[in-house]
Ligand binder design. Sequence first.
Ligand SMILES: [Zn+2]
Length: 182
Amino acid sequence: MSTLPIKLKIHYYGDAVLRRRSRPVEGVGPQEMQIFSQMEEVMRCAGGVGLAAPQVGLNKQLVIVDVGEGPVALANPRILKKWGSAVVEEGCLSLPGIYVKVRRARKIKVMGLNEKNEKIVMVAMDLLARALQHEIDHLRGRLIFDYANFFQKMRLKKRLKDLKARLHALCLPDCCRQAATK
Ligand SMILES: [Zn+2]
């Protein structure tokens, strides 16, 4: 299906790759397209609405989101403008079982390169805007945990400690396991 020499899988909290700043890509070529397509597969298998390249171990500025309106793949995304704000509880595929209320802009204007290497500017609202902001955060090494207040962090730290201990035992959904062994 894919000719990428590596098989991408989700990296979890505690992995240094999630905290590094990702580098912009020079453009969207065959390799980036393959990464996008594998990221989409991983996102779907894991039941997520978005995924950023650091979450599959690559510090490249690539994100993909699908909030039910079809996949949006963006390279080197940059937020140009923000409007309004709302607080919504978010989860993250790299922090399974952790939910944090995050204040984000309700509407954003984003620019980047699409999967055809075309420069695009798009305006996103509500869930799409939120998912994009969440994934763009990943490119700066920022996680939902960072939005928690002091007391929430104390509580989450305990859960994260348990999570780290469990990480090796975490299994991928069946469809991912099949894809990974193809
Ligand atoms: Zn995330």
